[in-house]
Design a binder for this molecule. Structure first.
Ligand SMILES: Cc1ncc(COP(=O)(O)O)c(C=O)c1O
Length: 387
């Protein structure tokens, strides 16, 4: 059997060799602790689960949902965006449910790219920013996130002919994998750039509800002019411990959303209505305390990890958002994969090599804070003994 040429174009997974080593170690009885995956370890808050339980017992939720979403779901998203981001959305034209941010990001490529079109993708970045364009028949063009620019791309360095062929731009703040928050003035520059080249900006807002030290991440749409050029994908996965629920929303430019909706009506049948009703509970002010307590938990873990890294001589800046610590590979290692293999060999701890998120991630590694406290403490102890 042969995979399609489109699928073959996706570069091989750089983590594969490391994964084989992890599985060999586990088979040999080694107690491997994974700090690799960004999947919250805590359960979904009870008020959301209870809303789901109630909703799922209502037969009206069992039928095909509309791809536009229920009115009460869209109303809850409108209220949340108003309350949380000071952004006013029209629920009839500026909100569409998505079956996870991953679905939305992938399908936006199918909706907007023709063969030969470019999608500008943050590097390092969430893998679908590159896999999506390839699978849609277009081409991703990497924009290196520059640590000197607060992990933003230098928009001025994008070549004129590339900018002209670009139809989409994928950005994400607070950022996976770097943990960076958006610097002042960056979204304004993105909007000017997108206007000049007629590019649809897709801001992937997967981490806005996870932040520390009093910082409150903004919506891209709160920047004047953003809705003229772009959309935002807001996911409930990380902030509400709902990765398995597949619950996100695409908001912003009405014309772009109409195109996305047309595509979606051809490929899926919308979000289970009981999940929409659970999302209504998640987005209500009643869930704020749950979110705040998760942030406190991650902040504690962040400090634990950063202290341990400093102890072994790693120059780490604690992030103000996301569930990730991003740090430079210590001197003496040829690559991020080599360093992560060393940590696995010596400490039986899995951390992610930065290069798996794109070439600009080389020289860095990522630690996820989604491991239960006792295991994280043990991992941190082992890291400390690496010195
Ligand atoms: C930046 C970013 N966007 C999107 C996603 C996927 O979100 P969802 O679970 O809503 O598909 C992730 C998951 O790791 C992510 O890190």
């Amino acid at each position: 059997m042969k995979a399609s040429r489109r699928l073959e174009r996706i570069p091989p997974y750089a983590f594969a060799a490391l994964e084989q080593k992890i599985s060999a170690k586990r088979k040999a009885g080694v107690d491997v602790i994974s700090l690799g995956i960004g999947d919250p370890d805590r359960p979904t808050p009870p008020l959301i689960v209870e809303a789901m339980q109630e909703a799922v017992s209502e037969p009206e939720t069992h039928r095909y949902p509309s791809n536009r979403g229920r009115e009460d779901f869209r109303g809850a998203v409108r209220d949340f965006y108003e309350r949380r981001f000071d952004v006013t959305l029209d629920p009839n034209s500026e909100i569409i449910p998505a079956i996870g941010a991953k679905e939305a990001i992938f399908n936006l490529n199918l909706a907007f790219l023709d063969p030969g079109d470019y999608a500008l993708a943050a590097d390092p970045g969430y893998p679908v920013y590159t896999g999506g364009p390839w699978l849609a028949g277009g081409e991703p063009v990497l924009m290196a996130l520059d640590p000197e620019l607060g992990f933003t791309p230098d928009l001025g360095a994008i070549e004129e002919d590339v900018a002209r062929r670009a139809k989409l731009m994928f950005l994400n703040y607070p950022n996976n994998p770097t943990g960076a928050i958006v610097p002042d003035g960056f979204f304004e520059r993105v909007i000017d750039f997108a206007r000049a080249y007629d590019i649809v900006v897709v801001h992937d807002n997967a981490y806005s509800e996870i932040s520390y030290d009093g910082y409150r991440p903004p919506s891209f749409l709160a920047t004047p002019g953003a809705t003229d050029v772009g959309i935002e994908v807001f996911s409930l996965s990380k902030g509400y411990n709902m990765t398995g629920w597949r619950c996100a929303v695409v908001v912003g430019n009405a014309e772009a959303l109409e195109i996305y909706w047309r595509l979606k009506t051809n490929v899926d049948s919308g979000m289970f209505e009981a999940v929409q009703l659970a999302a209504v509970a998640a987005l209500s002010p009643d869930a704020d305390a749950e979110v705040a307590s998760m942030n406190e938990l991650y902040r504690r873990r962040r400090d634990l990890v950063c202290d341990a890294l400093r102890e072994i001589g790693v120059d780490v800046h604690p992030p103000h958002g996301t569930i990730y610590v991003w740090a430079p590979v210590p001197a003496g290692f040829a690559s991020s994969v080599q360093y992560c293999e060393h940590v696995l060999e010596q400490a039986a701890v899995v951390i992610s090599p930065g290069v798996i998120y794109g070439p600009a991630g080389e020289g860095w590694f990522r630690i996820s804070l989604t491991t239960p406290d006792d295991r994280l403490l043990e991992a941190v102890k082992r890291l400390g003994s690496l010195a």
